[in-house]
Design a protein. Structure first.
Length: 312
C-alpha cells in the first residue's frame, strides 16, 4: 500500500432557502457532497482548512440556529460564533486571525477574533451586505444597500476610515490584485463604480445594459478582466479593466448572484438562485460548458483546495 497526497479544488455553494452547502469537485464539475448548514446560509469564505459561513434566522427555527457564523472543516461544523443580527457577507483576514461580517438588520459590521471570539462592532451604512477585503488585509469594504454607500474599515486600527457614496443599491465589491482599485456593483444603478483605494473616492462608473442588475463580482487573477453576475439579467458581464468597457455578455442560469473564479483564471462559476443550479463558464471560449444542480436557492460561492491522503 502506498499513501499518496492528492489535492482537489472544491467549490462550495451556499443554498439560502435550503439551509445546505453543495460541494462540487471542479475537476469534474460534479456534486460530491451536501452539508447541512443551519438556517439561511449566505456569505462563505475559505481560510486554511476551514470555511466560514454566515447563517441567519428564519422565524420558525430554534434559537440555536439563528444569527451567527459557523466554521466548517472537512465538511463538518466545528465551531459557532456570535456576531450580530442577520449576518450576510463575510471575509477572513489573510493571516486567518479575524473575520469581518456584515449584520444587515443591525446596520453594523463585526470584527471577530477567531481565537477568542471577541467582537468589535462598527457602524456602517444602512443594511450592510457585501464584504470585501484587500489582498493585503488592510482594508475592508462593506456595501450598504439602502444608504447606497461603502464603509471603508481600516483593519490596522479596527476603525471606520470613511464612507463612500456610490450608485444605487450596492451589493458587492472586489479589489484589483494590486489593491489600487475596488469595484462596487450597484444592482438598481445598473453600474459598477470604480474606487481609488488610496483616496476612497469613485473615479469611474461602468454602465451595463438596462436589463442588467449587477450583484456578485470577481476580478481575474491577472487583473485584466472583471466578471459580474447580473442578477435579473441572467448573465455574466465581462469587463476590460483597461478600458472599463463591457466586452462580452454570457447567458447563464436564472438570477445569478454569487460568482467565483478559479485561481488559474480558466473557469468562472455562478450561483443561480432561481434555477437552483451553478453555471460553469469556460473563460477561453466565453461560454457555459456545464450546468450543475445545486440545492434550494444557491447564493454564495467559495473555492478551497483540500489535500487528502489516499491509498494507491
Amino acid at each position: 500500500m502506498i499513501l499518496a497526497a492528492a489535492a482537489a479544488l472544491l467549490l462550495y455553494v451556499t443554498n439560502e432557502r435550503g439551509g445546505t452547502i453543495t460541494v462540487i469537485d471542479t475537476a469534474t464539475d460534479q456534486v460530491v457532497n451536501t452539508i447541512r448548514a443551519g438556517t439561511r446560509p449566505r456569505g462563505i469564505y475559505p481560510s486554511g482548512k476551514r470555511l466560514y459561513v454566515a447563517v441567519s434566522h428564519f422565524r420558525d427555527k430554534p434559537a440555536r440556529d439563528r444569527d451567527g457564523v459557523i466554521a466548517i472543516e472537512n465538511d463538518r461544523i466545528v465551531k459557532r460564533f456570535d456576531c450580530g443580527l442577520d449576518p450576510e457577507g463575510i471575509a477572513v483576514t489573510r493571516d486567518g486571525s479575524r473575520f469581518v461580517v456584515s449584520n444587515e438588520d443591525a446596520g453594523t459590521a463585526s470584527l471577530v477574533d477567531i481565537r477568542s471570539g471577541k467582537i468589535t462592532p462598527l457602524v456602517t451604512g444602512t443594511e450592510p451586505e457585501g464584504v470585501a477585503l484587500s489582498h493585503d488585509s488592510r482594508w475592508a469594504y462593506i456595501t450598504a444597500e439602502t444608504s447606497s454607500s461603502v464603509t471603508a474599515i481600516d483593519l490596522k486600527s479596527s476603525r471606520v476610515a470613511t464612507n463612500v457614496l456610490v450608485s444605487t443599491r450596492p451589493r458587492a465589491a472586489a479589489f484589483s490584485p494590486d489593491d489600487t482599485r475596488a469595484y462596487v456593483t450597484s444592482e438598481i444603478g445598473g453600474a459598477i463604480d470604480v474606487v481609488d483605494v488610496k483616496t476612497h473616492r469613485v473615479v469611474a462608473k461602468i454602465k451595463l445594459r438596462p436589463s442588467d442588475h449587477p450583484v456578485g463580482i470577481v476580478v481575474s487573477p491577472d487583473g485584466k478582466r472583471i466578471y459580474t453576475a447580473t442578477g435579473r439579467g441572467n448573465a455574466v458581464a465581462v469587463i476590460d479593466t483597461a478600458t472599463n468597457r463591457v466586452v462580452q455578455t454570457i447567458p447563464v442560469g436564472s438570477r445569478p448572484w454569487g460568482i467565483a473564479i478559479t485561481p488559474d483564471g480558466k473557469k468562472v462559476y455562478t450561483a443561480n438562485g432561481l434555477s437552483n443550479d451553478v453555471s460553469v463558464i469556460d473563460v477561453a471560449s466565453g461560454r457555459v460548458i456545464r450546468t450543475v444542480k445545486a440545492g434550494d436557492g444557491p447564493w454564495g460561492l467559495a473555492l478551497q483546495t483540500r489535500h487528502e491522503v489516499r491509498n494507491r
